[in-house]
Design a protein around this ligand. Structure first.
Ligand code: PMP
Length: 447
């Protein structure tokens, strides 16, 4: 008989992730900073699942909150004047946490892609309510990742995510990303680079005409594109330009929200108040799916000022604001605040970066090491002087990631890059484990 724990019954490609015929790394258990595979290997989770298990695995507080809610009310909806206390409590908590940003309203979904889609739709509706229906364009950054739905795919700045899906959403363009290591100007002075990219944003707005642009959307620190940390002047300049032309500013905080970049919010770390913030991943730390798209006072006013518009915001998901997810979210935010995880991310991130920077001179293929908080990346190159990147079929990043597993840590190979994003609960010993595993892997593979 079929038995779901007997791998002999499994089709190797029944849920394809990379269509590979090889055995997957099969994770069966998690506790704190560590995960175990089905062969009993214990590894430090250097990627927090997928940038999300920020409070660590198997937290009793989160389990207890979900179980308690399950006993009381597993599901109810949030439409037509219906509500439940968990959604209300979490919404109030989010609004209280984002007071500094003037945030007023929360729209729920199940994951980051839903949150982004809701943000894009609200941005367009905002302009319709302002009597400017022609403001429909979205500008974003190259190397950006904003999820899998059609809107998020259209504003993505990683061509592989947009290819072969037919026409994208009309009116979406991407400008260069503020990447110090690789940019078309060969500019490695942060201030100058920040200005160059910001000027490009202004030119893009003027080229199409400010009256056609709905919003600029970006990640405070680009994650999936390879941890691209913008210069300090970049986000403040972006806010200035958006204000000058009335363009809405959407911060995709799906990865950077709740501490990962070393500040409570990535945008707050850059001293900037977005009009819309999108949260997911870290909000429930991977225990259950949830996204929250948070709207500021300016957007709220557009709806409140227009009586007929109040019913327009029809972007609700059946499972958005799911009681179990809201309960988990509240427990996770308690941990984030009580353990001051943003400060720990800043502190441990600095230590980790300091330990990894010497890899640039120690290993042949490490062209660049960078990071902010607990988002870090190592760029692998064929030639350090020219920064020529490894051929797509080179496979070194993958081999190093595999060797690192044998040496006790999971890191993520992304093309010719290795990306690190451990739980924000990591301590110095955990950082050392991660560095040692990587070092062992490079010593073995990077010869
Ligand atoms: N935005 C960003 C910045 C992300 O990193 C991701 C996921 N990696 C998403 C959106 C999409 O989130 P999800 O996969 O939960 O739909």
């Amino acid at each position: 008989p079929y038995n779901h724990t007997d791998y002999r019954f499994w089709h190797p490609m029944a849920h394809p992730n990379d269509w590979a015929e090889r055995e997957p790394l099969r994770i069966v258990k998690g506790d704190g900073l560590y995960i175990w595979d089905d062969k009993g290997r214990k590894m430090l989770d250097g990627f927090a699942g997928l940038w999300c298990v920020n409070v660590g695995h198997n937290r009793p507080e989160v389990k207890a909150a979900i179980t308690k809610q399950m006993d009381e009310l597993a599901y109810y909806q949030l439409f037509d004047g219906v509500s439940h206390p968990m959604a209300e409590a979490l919404s109030n908590r989010l609004i209280q946490m984002t007071q500094q940003e003037d945030m007023r309203r929360v729209l729920y979904g199940m994951g980051g892609s839903d949150g982004v889609e809701t943000a894009l739709k609200v941005a367009r509706q905002y302009w319709i309510l302002q009597g400017k229906p022609q403001r429909t364009r979205f500008i974003s950054l190259k190397n950006a990742y904003h999820g899998v739905h059609m809107g998020g795919t259209s504003v993505s700045g990683l061509p592989i995510y947009r290819l072969n899906y037919g026409p994208m959403l009309e009116g979406c363009t991407q400008i260069e990303s503020p990447w110090q290591y690789r940019n078309p100007w060969n500019c490695d002075d942060p201030d100058t680079l920040g200005k160059l990219v910001a000027e490009q944003l202004e030119r893009e707005i003027l080229y199409y005409g400010p009256d056609t642009v709905a919003a600029f959307i970006a990640e405070p620190v680009q994650g999936a594109g390879g941890v691209i940390v913008p210069p300090a002047n970049f986000w403040p300049l972006v806010r200035e330009i958006c204000d000058k032309y009335g363009v809405l500013l959407i911060a995709d905080e799906v990865v950077t929200g709740f501490g990962r970049s070393g500040a409570m919010f990535g945008s707050r770390g850059w001293g900037v108040k977005p009009d819309i913030m999108v949260f997911a991943k870290a909000l429930t730390a991977g225990y259950v799916p949830l996204s929250a798209t948070v709207l500021n006072q300016r957007i709220e006013a557009a709806y409140l000022d227009n009586r007929d518009a109040r019913g327009l915001l029809m972007t609700g998901f059946t499972y958005g604001g799911h009681p179990l997810a809201c309960a988990a979210g509240l427990a996770v935010l308690d941990i984030v605040e009580q353990e001051n995880l943003p400060a720990n991310a800043a502190h441990q991130g600095e230590y980790l970066l300091g330990q990894l920077l010497p890899f640039e001179s120690r290993f042949r293929s490490v062209g660049n090491v960078r990071g902010k908080g607990l988002m870090l990346a190592l760029d692998l190159v064929e030639d350090k002087a020219s920064k020529r990147t490894l051929a797509p079929d080179n496979g070194l990043a993958f081999r190093i990631a595999e060797a690192a597993r044998d040496a006790g840590a999971v890191v993520r190979p992304v093309g010719p890059k290795l990306v690190l994003a451990p739980p924000l609960t990591i301590d110095k010993a955990g950082c050392d484990t991660l560095v040692l595993a990587l070092q062992t892997a490079f010593e073995k593979e990077d010869r």
